[in-house]
Design a protein around this ligand. Structure first.
Ligand code: 9PG
Length: 478
């Protein structure tokens, strides 16, 4: 595997610059900060696994910033430098900028086959970021279908969702004439990670029984999967240990922390795994789901020992998502989540561009004390999604759900208003998770407003002063 490097040395003092970073996957922090500050590094290994790139996490040194695919340095007045990879199908581009006295050093390391990398000095950083990201989108044949309005079970029912919860909400939504296109069942319906076709006990039915009922009510059916994850107690794990990503000693690698413990990942360089993934997506389609939210996708590019060691992590990931696309069909809607971002262009219709919203504003303990900017909370979701405005050229952005309810939520009226306004600015998919019965007249009004499709904004004021829009979003009250 080649690892080409590019280096640039800039004669500019670091105190003059701000740096725009793009994190590795959907939940990784992306932001605009003064270069002299310190990029946050999560303090626990499982947090790095789930929120950063374990092969290239933030260094934790002052004046050193790491970014994926794209990096920009901005001077007062809006000029500066932009670096971007121009193809991301097989290669991860790791950017690092380092303050060094009177100079600033920039490195781009390519993990995978050599690809073209742009490095431009410009008087208009925002325009250049947009132009280079559009160029990447074009070279990878980006899909940008019309945005959809989605009801998703996760942010109210979490893993205890039932078939009846889905149908009750769909019926009420129809009664109220709420303009949803898709009703999407999230995590909780399945027996285990990997055992997707067997129901969990609490779901009270089978996922395959839902789509026909939803269609009668006028909605499309959507389903969540974490297709590359395998639970250590699942039937899939026991049946196919040879399909799993391994550690150096040849045993299945367990990493992350969710569902009460660690999980394993499918090795997408194994030909049988690709057949299985294709069949999984085709099965969901045959059940009547033409919208799949495919989650925890970074598992396919997690560092580890693979069946075919000559395949780069980006390429392994790409093979996995292509198998899902083939199984779902070209006319199905594929939403990526927890996904390596630029390597998804041309396969995903939409992409979560930040961490999860939650029915509270901030999780300061985990964000500030443990350095985890990817932890679910409204503040983190907006902070990162707003810093990725240019990715609207890559797929439909999914800035995550509006929370309009007042029950089972700690968001204040002001915070709900802020969430609504910021989702409007990001554009892309519109979504809600609120149990419809919890919404009073004001709640329904807020929900309807949040379902209005909007054109993504761009941080125009950034070019005008040092205190521009993105800075405000990343610092200020957020
Ligand atoms: C289902 C959920 C929802 C949600 C996804 C994803 O531990 N973690 O770091 C962590 C991050 C995100 C997360 C769950 C756990 O949420 O973004 O919309 O589908 O999975 O489990």
């Amino acid at each position: 595997m080649t690892t080409p490097h590019h280096h640039w040395t800039l004669d500019v003092h670091s105190s003059e610059l701000r740096v725009l970073t793009n994190g590795y996957q959907s939940w990784s922090e992306a932001e605009l900060r003064p270069l002299t500050e310190t990029q946050t590094r999560a303090s626990l290994e499982w947090m790095i696994d789930q929120g950063q790139d374990p092969a290239f996490p933030p260094s934790g040194e002052a004046g050193v910033w790491r970014s994926h695919s794209l990096l920009a340095l901005i001077r007062p007045g809006g000029g500066g430098w932009v670096g971007a990879q121009l193809d991301a199908a097989h290669t991860f581009a790791h950017w690092e900028v380092r303050a060094a006295g009177e100079q600033v050093r920039v490195t781009c390391t390519l993990e995978g086959p050599d690809v073209a990398v742009a490095w431009e000095e410009t008087s208009d950083v925002i325009g250049t970021v947009e132009r280079l990201s559009a160029q990447l989108a074009q070279s990878m044949h980006a899909r940008t279908p019309a945005p959809l309005r989605v009801w998703c079970s996760w942010y109210s029912y979490y893993r205890s969702v039932t078939l009846d919860n889905m149908l009750d909400n769909a019926r009420l939504a129809k009664q109220h004439g709420l303009p949803f296109d898709v009703f999407q069942l999230d995590d909780g319906f399945q027996a285990d990670l990997g055992d997707w076709t067997e129901p969990s006990e609490q779901f009270g039915g089978h996922a395959k029984d839902l789509p026909a009922e939803l269609r009668k009510l006028g909605f499309r059916a959507g389903l969540w999967l974490a297709p590359f994850l395998v639970g250590p107690n699942s039937k899939l794990f026991a049946a196919h240990p040879d399909w799993l990503l391994k550690n150096q000693s040849g045993t299945p690698l367990l990493f992350g922390h969710n569902w009460g413990g660690q999980y394993a990942a499918l090795d997408t360089t194994h030909p049988e795994v690709l057949v299985w993934l294709r069949e999984l997506a085709a099965t969901c389609r045959a059940w009547g789901y033409d919208y799949l939210k495919v989650d925890f996708l970074y598992a396919a590019s997690h560092p580890g020992v693979r069946h075919d060691p000559s395949v780069s992590r980006a390429e392994a990931y790409r093979r996995g998502i292509q198998a899902l696309r083939e199984g779902l069909g070209d006319d199905g809607f594929l939403l990526g989540c927890g996904a390596p971002l630029s390597a998804s262009i041309g396969v995903m219709d939409a992409m979560r561009t930040g961490p999860d919203v939650a029915p509270y504003w901030d999780d300061e303990a985990r964000r500030m004390l443990l350095g985890d900017g990817s932890v679910p909370c409204s503040r983190n979701a907006l902070h990162t999604a707003l810093s990725r405005w240019y990715q609207q050229a890559w797929y439909q952005p999914d800035p995550d759900v509006m929370i309009a309810r007042r029950e089972r939520s700690l968001l204040s009226t002001d915070e709900r208003g802020a969430l609504l306004g910021m989702l409007d600015v990001t554009g892309g998919l519109r979504a809600s998770s609120d149990p419809v019965e919890m919404l009073d007249e004001a709640g329904l009004k807020l929900l309807r407003q949040s379902l209005e499709i909007s054109t993504p904004d761009r941080p125009l004021t950034l070019t005008e002063s040092h205190g521009g829009a993105v800075t405000h979003f990343s610092r200020g009250t957020f």
